[in-house]
Design a protein around this ligand. Structure first.
Ligand code: RNT
Ligand code: ZN
Length: 421
């Protein structure tokens, strides 16, 4: 285990170095501790859910890998999450999908879910001091098999999914109420065509109408906030996605909803960082799905790359942390799933820390038109001692420092996960 005295000595030196650049490290750490990350429950079981054993994933979501130890029950998923939270500094949240409800062995279809099916999750979240977020599950279901849900041409199918989404908002509100922490309920649907459509209009008109029906009932924004998630393409919807960026951008602005920006939902070379300051001109809050596409919307584990750092700096430098809800969204079944969560979450937090340590001198250089200094300081920042600050933060939050979290994840694998096969 790393030596506490060394960690603190390195931290002190780092503080001096940053102070010379006008950065108050202590203040940055205080801010960092207030930013929750919503961990996505679906990394723990490869987006299977608990409705029916071995439910077939479809609708453009693809998980590859067969690493041993995936959670098979809500209790196993909760145990894995507890382990994960113990390896991540700070207080965070859990993002649940509707098909992770607990239905007591009964067949409860999506249009019949109720808050009571999430009572164990709520009690568990309360016990662990976590906030909850929610999502209707509009995929992996016979009524989504033709690739259309809220925009389906069949009125009965639309009605089914509208009811599911209405109930999901109510569950979100029940979570918000029980925990005293606002729930964000995010609507994502897979609807789209593999090949060139003849009619691009009708499905979009139907989607707008369905969404209006879903959001008709007013719910206190203290309990639940609604978000809508656009996408450019998916597997099986390569040529046309009904809920495109422009569709939901317009919808969110006119209906006063949150827009969800998923890092994997745009052209492969297009990042979401630059979108944050644009859309926040026109809407009060947004939801982020932090993900990593590799050549496509592949949902790889989030790493500390330039995309992530750019997202984090847009949040931190502008003080947007109060207007942004940060969730992770990826699924990798080829590595230890507790590690997958931990790596992505620690990277998100570490990226925020690096961003919070940005010197104000970069901005002042820009303001006086000194772009030489701006570029020079941006580049020098890449070798500043943020690692020492990160180690100190982990130590002060009582979680493992550096790679020591991996020892714990491996022990957990050898004592708990391995027995599941
Ligand atoms: C799919 C969206 C969506 C899902 C989750 C499981 O492309 O990103 O957010 O990943 O709802
Ligand atoms: Zn997403």
């Amino acid at each position: 285990m790393a030596n506490t005295i060394n960690i603190e000595a390195a931290y002190k030196l780092a503080c001096e170095r940053y102070a010379a650049l006008g950065v108050d490290v202590g203040h940055a750490l205080k801010t960092l501790a207030t930013i929750p990350i919503s961990l996505h429950c679906w990394q723990g079981d490869d987006v299977d859910g608990f409705e029916n054993a071995g439910g077939a994933l479809g609708n453009g979501l693809a998980v590859t890998g067969n690493y041993p130890g995936k959670a098979r029950t809500p209790d196993e998923l909760r145990t894995d999450l507890e382990k994960t939270y113990s390896l991540i500094p700070g207080k965070h949240r859990l993002n649940l999908h509707a098909f992770y409800g607990e239905f007591g062995g009964k067949k409860v279809d999506r249009d019949a879910i109720e808050p009571k099916h999430f009572a164990n999750w709520i009690a568990w979240a309360k016990k662990n001091g976590l906030g909850l977020d929610f999502n209707p599950t509009c995929f992996s279901h016979p009524k989504a098999a033709d690739g259309f849900t809220l925009s389906n041409a069949d009125k009965g199918v639309r009605k089914f999914w509208i009811e599911h989404c209405i109930r999901s908002r109510e569950i979100g509100a029940a979570m918000g109420k029980a925990l005293g922490k606002t729930c964000v309920t995010n609507v994502w649907i897979p609807d789209g065509y593999k090949d060139t459509p003849a009619d691009r209009v009708a499905p979009r008109a139907r989607l707008a109408e369905s969404l209006d029906a879903i959001f008709k009932k007013q719910i206190s924004p203290k309990l639940n906030l609604d978000a809508v998630e656009p996408k450019l393409f998916g597997i099986g919807s390569e040529s046309y996605v009904v809920g495109s960026h422009e569709f939901y951008m317009g919808y969110a602005v006119t209906r006063k909803k949150l827009l969800t920006l998923d890092a994997g939902h745009y052209h492969p070379s297009e990042g979401i960082a630059d979108k944050i300051s644009s859309v926040l001109q026109f809407m009060p809050e947004i939801l982020l799905h932090v993900s990593r596409g590799v050549r496509w919307d592949s949902d790889h584990v989030v790493i500390l790359n330039d995309d992530l750092l750019s997202i984090a700096r847009e949040i931190a430098v502008n003080g947007f942390e109060k207007r942004l809800h940060i969730g992770l969204d990826y699924f990798d079944a080829s590595i230890n799933r507790v590690a997958a969560w931990t790596i992505g979450a620690r990277n998100m937090i570490r990226a925020l820390l690096i961003a919070l340590l940005e010197t104000p001198l970069i901005r002042t250089a820009e303001a006086r038109g000194d772009f030489t200094t701006r570029l020079a300081l941006q580049e020098e920042a890449k070798s500043l001692p943020f690692g020492a600050v990160w180690d100190y933060y982990c130590e002060s939050q009582g979680v493992p420092i550096g790679e020591h979290w991996l020892t714990e994840a491996k022990n957990y694998e050898n004592t708990v996960l391995i027995k599941r096969n």
